[in-house]
Design a protein around this ligand. Structure first.
Ligand code: BEZ
Ligand code: FE
Length: 288
């Protein structure tokens, strides 16, 4: 029988997990065991603390369902999501940078025309986001799909509400010349959900639980890396303290006030509106 001691347990556990049939699983699991054991040793983890942590993980799982992703939120506020994004999307500096997906994206948004209104009956100031989708060399990316979603003026996403129809989300397609035009409402900064285990932890700190005003984008086009990103309003509150570490200077855009009149899609907007111009630059797929 093998004698297990405080000194050899890490090596024994690593050896066991190194038997995973898939080599990458073996690499991931042995490193995880090593780091977890190092962590427990470094902080001299007590049994009571470990039990508190297990209860927190249990509660995080229990509050999660198809509409609420508390583990993604936990990963976001720990900075882990953004670290993984940055390591896996080392795009050319001229390409639009990627940022976190967040827990509120919904698949299968309806497709709208150039300038189609994704805000429908939701109250707010009209916002047109326009520009081009292009490649690093400036070539237009005709047909690129822009999947767009955002929160309402109360900071609520459709995924958090009980609604039957698509709300503040839509897909747009770049035209032949690469131009796109999104019609929505101006976003506001909002708090991440604070009524779950992540909120309970954050409340024990000085961490701001807000995100700066933003609109989410997921761009896809054949031959290009998918791009998950946001656009942030220049001057918005919380740009420097985004609770999920998602802001990047390159993604901060001026929101210009416009008088009633012709909107970027050629229609008439009879109330004051706001225009944000941004060109998305996609990273071509690496050759295989
Ligand atoms: C969001 O912007 O939708 C979001 C991202 C990460 C955590 C919570 C919300
Ligand atoms: Fe968001």
């Amino acid at each position: 029988m093998q004698l297990v001691t405080e000194d050899n347990i890490t090596e024994l556990a690593q050896r066991r997990w190194a038997t995973a049939k898939d080599p990458r699983t073996a690499e991931l699991m042995t490193a995880l065991v090593r780091h977890l054991h190092d962590f427990a040793r470094e902080v001299r983890l007590t049994e009571a603390e470990w039990m508190t942590a297990v209860q927190w993980l249990t509660a995080t799982g229990q509050i999660s369902d198809e509409k609420r992703e508390e583990f993604i939120l936990a990963s976001d506020v720990l900075g882990l999501s953004m670290l993984v994004v940055q390591m896996n999307h080392r795009f050319d500096p001229a390409a639009t940078p990627a940022t976190v997906l967040g827990p509120f994206h919904i698949d299968g948004s309806p497709e709208l025309e150039f300038g189609g209104d994704m805000s429908d009956d939701v109250e707010g100031t009209p916002l047109y986001i326009t520009g081009n989708v292009r490649s690093l060399d400036g070539t237009p990316v005709a047909g690129a799909v822009l999947d767009v979603w955002q929160a309402d003026a109360e900071g609520a996403y459709e995924a958090q509400l009980d609604v039957d129809e698509a709300r503040l989300r839509a897909k747009y397609r770049a035209r032949e010349d690469g131009a796109y035009c999104v019609r929505t409402i101006t976003p506001k900064g909002y708090s991440i959900p604070m009524d779950g285990p992540v909120g309970t932890l954050i409340e024990q700190t000085e961490i701001s639980h807000f995100r700066p005003a933003h609109v989410h984008f997921l761009l896809t086009a054949e031959g290009f890396e998918p791009l998950i990103t946001h656009l942030f309003e220049e001057g918005a509150e919380y740009l420097d303290s985004d609770v999920v570490f998602g802001t990047k200077q390159e993604l901060v855009v001026r929101f210009e006030q416009r008088e009633p009149g012709t909107a970027p899609d050629g229609t008439t907007c009879d109330v004051p509106w706001v225009e944000a111009r941004y060109d998305f630059v996609l990273q071509p797929c690496a050759p295989r």
